[in-house]
Every structure is written in C-alpha cells, then in structure tokens.
Design a protein around this ligand. Structure first.
Ligand code: PMP
Ligand code: GLN
Length: 383
C-alpha cells in the first residue's frame, strides 16, 4: 500500500461488524437497517431486471432518476438543477464524495473538514494527494454546534474545498441556520467550493429541519450537493447516490467519476426514481418510527449510566462513557460485543484530534423494533 493510504487499511465499520458477528452481538455499530424499503420500489427493481434492463446505464444516470432527483430538490428546497447537465448519479454517496474531491482539488491543496467527520472524507483527500485541515464541533448543552472560530482558523491560502455534513454523522447534529450562514460567509470571503453531504436530509426529528447550504445566498454556484438513496429508502446495498451542482462543478465530478466506476446500479436506478416520486409517505413514516426508536434507545442508554447526547437527525445517537468509569471509548467498543453482546462505534475514529472525542460512543437506532429491544435488554442487563 502506498504511504498516503496506509492509515486507511481497515474501516471501523468492518472492524466492529466483524466483532459483532464473531460474538453474536446486536449490531448497533454499523449504520444499516435490518428491514427493507418500500415494497413498490423493490418491485420496480425486480421488474427492471426481468425486463432486461441489465446493461450499462447512461453515463450521468438514467434520465428518469435524474429528473426525479431534480424534482425532489425543487419541491423540498426550491433549488433548480437541470437534469441534463446538473445532476449526476453515482455509486453511493461514497463515490460522489471521492469524485468531488478528486475532481476539484489539486495535489498539495488544503481541504477543510469538520471534526468529527465521516471516515471516507479523509481517505478521499489522501487519494487526491491533498492535505486535510480540521475545524470542529463543540458541545452546546446536550448537543453540539460549530466552532466558527476553528473553521476560520482552518482556512489557509491553499484551501479550495470545504467538506460539510448535516444532518451529521456521527453526532446527530443538524446545523442551525446561524451556523450555515457563518459557513457561507467564510466560504464566500475565501472563495471556496463546498461539498454538502446531505445523506441524512430526510431524517430530522423534533421539528428540526434540514437546510441545504446550497439554498443560502451565493452558495448555489459554489456547492456540490451530495445525497443517497441508502438511508432514505433503506437500500444501503444498492449503492445509488448522486451529486447536484452547476455544470462547471458537476463536469469536474463527472470527469473523475467516469474513471472510478463509469456507471453503476442499472436496474436500481428506475426503482429509486419511483421511490423519490411516489414514496414520500413511506419516508415520513420511517422518520417517525426512527424518532421513537431514538428516544427509546437514548432513555435505555441513560438508564445504563451513559451520558447521552441529543440526536436531532441521522439515525445515530452518541453517548459519553466516562460516567461508566471508562477512559477510552475505542477500548470500550472493542470489549462491548464480548462483554454485553452489543456492538457500537467509537467517535474518536472520525477525528484527527482523537483525545477530544475519546469519551464518546456512537449507537445506531436504524434497526427493527425487536433488534433495538434486544440491544436495550442487553445494555440494561449489563448495568
Ligand atoms: N456520507 C455520510 C455522512 C454517511 O453516513 C454515509 C454512509 N451511509 C455516506 C456518506 C455513504 O453513503 P453511501 O452508502 O450512499 O455510499
Ligand atoms: N454510513 C454508515 C455508518 O456510518 C455505514 C458506512 C459503512 O459501512 N461504510 O455507519
């Protein structure tokens, strides 16, 4: 392995899921649902395969899906992307992230990201031969907020791109309009591009609303919006994601994307088009159920002695292990599957300044009622 990729030999999700399988643990670590998405959507995919829709789809994605993505964003955010030139279907949000960084960043440039950050961001920056500089979230009551000064300090004359994620994995933070406005001001002042990862755009709770940075004044032309069907329609294995941006930015993403995978997921693309057009009620129901599971898991974690953080979005909740007498959340997660039969993920792996996050563990609540209930039973039994 080349030096710049050596720190990325294994992902935390592979490590903790392997431990979960080995110990028969309830996997509240890796974020993937254990039940299926809307039946109508699954049927469209089956039909597409039966109808012989099994060869390379068009380079930018199946037109019906690009139209559905553009219509969805127009409906929910009032932003207008031309399906012909401003929407690109990718192999999950993961490929969109990598292609955005590879397409917009020169070797030696600086890329700013906000700790804790989704793990693939750092790897994408390394693939591009660029340097990462981090800003950070800071505690705010029982949740988190952006430390705007840390963002200002992270920007250098060599910074080209900011990687942003809200609703935020792993903390469940939904950035406020004030935080987004502060970000937009700095982005304009320093003439940056932004990748806005909105994979959890539909999953916000308690009246919190996702605001896309692309809707703020001056931001549309600087922002590559990324999202994915994985979380919205419970199809993490289909790997259908997308990027939306003005043509000059999207062309850069496409240039990289076409040599990463060329195209992907032919028969799944019409199924996701169907889901975006017709399954919004299913998504609302998913959100409501997730919100309840979030409250139940959070209460159980508090009962078991964790210091539980507030989750306003995504399907993750973070909990402090210091009240339990633990000093290292990574060690705690390595032992948890054997000790209690539950798997979780340490937040420190999503950070460069690991000591700042060493006390937090991430749990997911995107599992079936009975899976959550069994996880809770085991956490309580261990208490
Ligand atoms: N961004 C974030 C914030 C994520 O949590 C994930 C994991 N779903 C991804 C990107 C990757 O999405 P996908 O599975 O569509 O590649
Ligand atoms: N996005 C999911 C998570 O954060 C799973 C990611 C993965 O397995 N690569 O848990």
């Amino acid at each position: 392995t080349v030096a710049r990729l050596q720190p990325f030999a294994s992902t935390i999700f592979a490590e903790m899921t392997e431990l979960a399988v080995r110990h028969g643990a309830v996997n509240l670590g890796q974020g993937f649902p254990d039940s299926d998405g809307p039946a109508g959507m699954l049927e469209v995919a089956r039909q597409a395969i039966a109808d012989g829709f099994n060869q390379y789809p068009p380079g930018r994605g199946v037109p019906a899906l690009r139209q559905a993505i553009a219509a969805d964003r127009a409906r929910r955010y009032g932003t207008h992307y031309d399906p012909g030139s401003q929407v690109l279907v990718t192999v999950g949000a993961t490929e969109a992230i990598a292609a955005t960084v590879l397409g917009l960043v020169e070797p030696g440039d600086d890329v700013v990201l906000i700790e804790p950050y989704y793990d693939s961001y750092a790897a994408a920056i390394a693939l591009a031969g660029a340097n990462r500089r981090t800003a950070r979230l800071v505690p705010d009551g029982d949740g988190f907020t952006l430390d705007v000064d840390s963002l200002r300090a992270a920007i250098t004359p060599k910074t080209r791109l900011l990687l942003l994620n809200s609703p935020h994995n792993p903390t469940g933070t939904v950035l406020s309009e004030a935080d987004l406005t502060a970000i937009a001001d700095l982005v304009i002042e320093h003439d940056l591009y932004v990748m806005s990862d909105e994979a959890y755009e539909h999953l916000t709770f308690d009246g919190h609303r996702h605001i896309s940075l692309s809707t703020l004044p001056g931001m549309f032309e600087r922002t590559v919006v990324i999202s994915s069907a994985a979380k919205t329609f419970s199809v993490t294995g289909w790997k259908i994601g997308w990027a939306c941006a003005p043509a000059p930015l999207l062309d850069a993403v496409l240039t990289a994307k076409q040599f990463l995978t060329f195209v992907g997921g032919g028969p799944f693309q019409p199924a996701i088009a169907h889901a975006l057009n017709h399954e919004q009620q299913w998504v609302s129901a998913l959100r409501d159920t997730l919100s309840e599971k979030r409250l139940r898991l959070s209460a159980a974690l508090a009962d078991a002695g964790f210091g539980v953080k507030r989750s306003d979005g995504t399907y993750f909740v973070c909990a402090d292990v210091t009240p339990l007498g633990a000093t290292d959340a990574y060690d705690f997660c390595r032992e948890l599957p054997a000790r209690l039969g539950v798997a979780a993920v340490p937040v420190s792996v999503f950070a460069d300044h690991q000591a700042d996050w060493n006390h937090l563990v991430r749990f997911t609540f995107c599992k079936k009622e009975e899976t959550i209930a069994e996880g809770i039973r085991r956490l309580r039994a261990g208490h």
